[in-house]
Design a protein around this ligand. Structure first.
Ligand SMILES: CC(=O)SCCNC(=O)CCNC(=O)[C@H](O)C(C)(C)COP(=O)(O)OP(=O)(O)OC[C@H]1O[C@@H](n2cnc3c(N)ncnc32)[C@H](O)[C@@H]1OP(=O)(O)O
Ligand SMILES: CC(C)C(=O)C(=O)O
Length: 518
């Protein structure tokens, strides 16, 4: 089989049929219409809308999808029996391009134990079912269920007969996800080499993911000559699912050098389709899922972030926009480095001098060690705090708080006051009261505490607490702020920050009084 660069691989989407066979993924009538519209906009060639004989609801959904879909072929699944086929034909009859997909098992284990049929009876069913379907519609697809575990000679006979009986597409499913890529390649190649009328039909793959090989097997099938790939959005489907549509499409797009085939898919809608299917099925997409996972275009480690900032090709083989993701995310965390931190600061509008930057970076690393996710607001709080403290006369060096049931709350605190280290341990009515008492003891002053307020800057139990403290002295008020993952530490920072501001105010009013504690 030779390929040319104009070869098209048709995308047959079975999210609404095999996808819905995922336990727990049932979709309502309205949800199915919404998914079908999305698939049509995406540019899939065939939408397998359901299994019409399975229920009135499925029949109605397939019928309605057949009526409304503007571009894609609409297909209904049926077993080999005429009742199934007639029901499928009835359901798709209003489609612009109706297709009946009929199947029967061809493997020894299925024929013997499931169908209780011998090989000849199966052959008869293949011929009769395809011919019957072909009397009802022009476009008939036949599948050899469990093809990968089927005896090769028998498979060739079935395929030849199906084509002779009128099948326009022959689907070779790896129903139980058993094949390996090399084996699947050889299976498709074998059919091209041995089935005399193979050129009269398109060959399709339908690979399940039981060993995580569904996409690899489908692509191997394409390389061997298959020109239709059956797949589902997010790879949902029976058991471990089907080949993921988004992975097939992007593999063909990104590795055109090795697989010179076109699909008609508008890849910029992949992310949207993935979200829609996840929402309607209630199946979350794993974070590290290829193409559409939350982390597919996120980088957290410093060396990668540095590379990405220098040239995106260092760590990205496709641009996020090509799959409808707005932009690459450089997520700041404990593994990030200075380049990414500086870039984030500049995005947030901060330009810090070298020493301040190093200090902020050190505090960021300490925060990231304590906190799972560091959000932009955390960094703003951290840097504002940093900037606010640069000129301070009083700094918190250490704080240890004891509190609990049956023990008086106490705070052991070390402050650096104008370069001199001072230490004390005091009690209070509560942990915060003990901390504020310690500050008052170490730097005696008389002020009114007008406000003490705690807010979480970001979400989660490891969020940064943002504490505000307002102090009043002789009608002058100052507000101090402190942020830390520990509310008590943030409280100490906030009070000391307010006190430092008060000292600045005092200095402005009476510069000579600066060093006199009130
Ligand atoms: C590999 C796949 O994904 S195939 C598609 C699987 N999807 C589904 O099964 C979802 C929809 N299915 C259904 O709603 C039901 O199973 C129905 C309506 C199709 C059939 O329901 P029931 O008549 O109650 O039969 P049930 O599901 O219990 O058993 C399946 C029957 O179909 C037979 N059968 C299975 N595949 C085929 C086939 N391709 N052609 C003919 N008969 C088949 C089985 O041998 C069994 O027959 P039996 O009753 O004579 O033993
Ligand atoms: C009906 C066929 C195509 C199928 O779903 C399978 O074999 O997995």
């Amino acid at each position: 089989m030779t390929t040319t660069s104009t070869d098209k691989v048709r995308i047959f989407d079975t999210t609404l049929r095999d996808g819905e066979q995922s336990p727990g993924a049932a979709m309502t009538f309205e949800e199915k219409l919404e998914v079908a519209d999305c698939l049509d906009a995406l540019g899939v060639d065939i939408i397998e809308a359901g299994f019409p004989i399975s229920s009135q609801g499925d029949f109605d959904a397939v019928s309605e999808i057949a009526r409304r879909i503007k571009n894609a072929s609409v297909c209904g699944l049926s077993r080999a029996g005429f009742k199934d086929i007639d029901r499928a034909a009835e359901a798709v009859k209003h489609a612009k391009r109706p297709r009946i997909h009929t199947f029967i098992s061809t493997s020894p284990v299925h024929m013997k134990h499931k169908l209780n049929m011998g090989a000849n009876a199966v052959l008869d069913a293949v011929g009769a079912s395809v011919a019957h379907a072909r009397n009802l519609v022009e476009d008939v697809q036949w599948s050899a269920e469990d093809a990968t575990r089927t005896e090769r000679d028998f498979l060739c006979r079935c395929v030849e007969l199906a084509i002779r009986s009128g099948a326009t597409t022959i689907n070779i499913p790896d129903t139980v996800g058993y094949a390996t890529p090399q084996e699947f390649f050889e299976l498709i190649q074998m059919l091209f080499n041995r089935v005399p009328n193979i050129d009269k039909a398109a060959i399709a793959t339908h690979c399940h993911n039981d060993l995580g090989l569904a996409v690899a097997n489908s692509l191997a099938g394409v390389l061997a000559g298959a020109r239709q790939v059956e797949c589902t959005i997010n790879g949902i489907g029976e058991r471990a699912g089907n080949a993921a549509l988004e992975e097939i499409v992007m593999a063909l797009k990104v590795r055109k050098d090795l697989m010179p085939f076109e699909t008609g898919i508008n890849s910029t809608l992949l992310s949207k389709a993935s979200k829609l299917v996840s929402n309607v099925t209630g199946f979350p997409v794993q974070y590290n899922k290829a193409i559409v996972g939350k982390n597919a275009f996120s980088h957290e480690s410093g060396i990668h972030q540095d590379g990405m900032l220098k040239n995106v090709e260092t760590y990205e083989i496709m641009r996020p926009e090509t799959v409808g993701v707005k932009e690459t995310q450089l997520v700041l965390g404990k593994l990030s480095g200075r380049h990414a931190f500086k870039d984030k600061l500049s995005q947030l509008g901060y330009e810090l001098a070298d020493a301040a930057f190093e200090d902020a970076f050190r505090r960021f690393k300490a925060l990231a060690d304590k906190k799972k996710s560091v959000f932009d607001d955390d960094i703003v709080a951290l840097v504002d705090d940093e900037i606010g403290r640069a000129q301070d006369l009083i700094h918190v060096k250490a704080l240890k708080v004891m509190t609990g049931v049956g023990i008086p709350p106490s705070a052991e605190m070390t402050l650096i006051i104008e370069g001199e280290e001072k230490h004390i341990e005091v009690t209070g009515d509560g942990a915060v009261d003990a901390i504020f008492n310690a500050i008052r003891e170490l730097y005696p002053h008389t002020v009114n505490l007008q406000l003490y307020q705690v807010m979480a800057v970001t979400e989660g139990t490891d969020a940064q607490a943002h504490v505000s403290v307002r102090l009043e002295e002789d009608g002058r008020t100052v507000t101090g702020r402190g942020a830390d993952t520990d509310t008590l530490v943030a409280s100490a920072y906030a009070y000391v920050n307010a006190l430092n501001k008060l000292l600045v105010k005092r200095k402005k009013l009476a510069p000579e009084a600066l060093n006199v504690a009130k």
